[in-house]
Design a protein around this ligand. Sequence first.
Ligand SMILES: NC(=O)C1=CN([C@@H]2O[C@H](COP(=O)(O)OP(=O)(O)OC[C@H]3O[C@@H](n4cnc5c(N)ncnc54)[C@H](O)[C@@H]3O)[C@@H](O)[C@H]2O)C=CC1
Ligand SMILES: O=C(O)C1=N[C@H](C(=O)O)C[C@H](O)C1
Length: 269
Amino acid sequence: MSDLPGIVITGASGRMGQMLIRTVTESDKARLVGAVERTGHDWIGKDLGEAMGGAPSGVIVTDDPLEAFSGAQAVIDFTAPAATREFAKIAAQARLTHVIGTTGMDEDDIAALKPCARHAVIVRAGNMSLGVNLLTLLTKKVAAALDADWDIEVIEAHHNKKVDAPSGTALMLGEAAAEGRGISLAENRESGRDGITGARKHGAIGFSAIRGGDIVGEHDVLFAGMGERIILRHVATDRAIFARGALKAALWGQDKAPGEYDMMDVLGL
Ligand SMILES: NC(=O)C1=CN([C@@H]2O[C@H](COP(=O)(O)OP(=O)(O)OC[C@H]3O[C@@H](n4cnc5c(N)ncnc54)[C@H](O)[C@@H]3O)[C@@H](O)[C@H]2O)C=CC1
Ligand SMILES: O=C(O)C1=N[C@H](C(=O)O)C[C@H](O)C1
């Protein structure tokens, strides 16, 4: 029996779920021990490898997270806010590392993680890639160097199946810009402009979302001044960047004390 950390993937059939399964299966640092899907999904009860169109894997897809999490060391969860809240309670009971990639979580959803983090290591980030986490640092630095006469706009583009806007990454970048400028994002956020909106509020941080085709994820932070513009950009072309980051977070969490962490902690940035 291997002593590599055992990992469960929730939302196994999803775009990220399948990428995570391939990443964990190919890793020599972890083993895949469980796969969870929602009740009623046609993968439930099937062998995961066969459900993905390949050879049998020995892992049966379940809709019972309690069963799947027992005996695992970490769960990697890229699903939906309501599901992630439920998984957080079960991961806390099982004392697992819970890596949360799910975006679109509101204040209540995030507050609900707090009691769970007394028992589990929770690593949550709107983007698990190295590139975006570095871009976050750069955004904070540039925002700190410029005054409020420079308008800040975060522009993001994603595939046509994405259900939340602005993206989790756009919000991370907006928070970094607000921190750099020393203001609150909640009080200065401007998004969804349509119609006679009036002039842009001085000092606002704006968000725009494009949805189309199979775009993996693109983010620009625009600093628009008088007579010049600075654009910081990240372009994701492969979901493997998020899966690699999530696996790194799951392994990093193995010897950490319970609490809430993010990818900056994992990457040491
Ligand atoms: N933090 C990051 O680096 C990244 C975050 N994401 C986020 O991850 C989430 C998922 O994205 P995709 O894979 O593109 O979506 P998707 O729709 O392809 O997959 C979500 C999966 O979760 C499953 N699911 C929903 N409720 C469930 C439940 N109660 N129990 C078990 N499974 C359940 C669905 O059946 C589906 O298979 C989104 O919130 C997205 O924004 C996506 C990419 C990177
Ligand atoms: O839904 C997606 O696809 C993505 N979601 C994350 C987000 O909301 O920022 C990360 C990435 O951009 C892909």
